[in-house]
Ligand binder design. Structure first.
Ligand SMILES: [Zn+2]
Length: 116
């Protein structure tokens, strides 16, 4: 794990997708292959970043319905993938009901990691 110090640490912003208030983290793992923290106030909250990740993986999760995210084995498998990918976020930070409730909000084309 290689941690990069973020110059804008503590700056306040809002999730670009759901508008929940966010604060830029102090550092991030530059080797994270998913859910990497944002370097600026622009980015997604963890729940929207998880939603964007499922969108990237839509060929794998072709039959996934948003309500399937409540299934314990889906959440456990996501946690395992996050660990293997060196994600900056911890699985317990995900609010699955928010991911489901905001499932249909628009996603921007390019994905970025979550701010906190
Ligand atoms: Zn959000």
């Amino acid at each position: 794990m290689k941690i990069e110090v973020i110059d804008l640490a503590g700056a306040e912003g809002a999730c670009e997708r759901c508008n929940v208030p966010l604060r830029v983290a102090g550092g991030r793992n530059v080797e994270a292959r998913m859910l990497r923290l944002a370097k600026t106030q622009k980015g997604y909250c963890i729940d929207c970043a998880v939603r964007a990740w499922f969108d990237c993986m839509r060929d794998t999760f072709r039959d996934l319905r948003p309500e399937d995210l409540r299934l314990p084995h889906v959440q456990q498998q996501t946690a395992l993938v996050m660990k293997a990918a060196g994600a900056d976020a911890r699985p317990e930070e995900i609010t699955w009901e928010r991911v489901i409730a905001n499932w249909d909000l628009p996603l921007r084309g390019a994905q970025r990691g979550p701010a906190r």
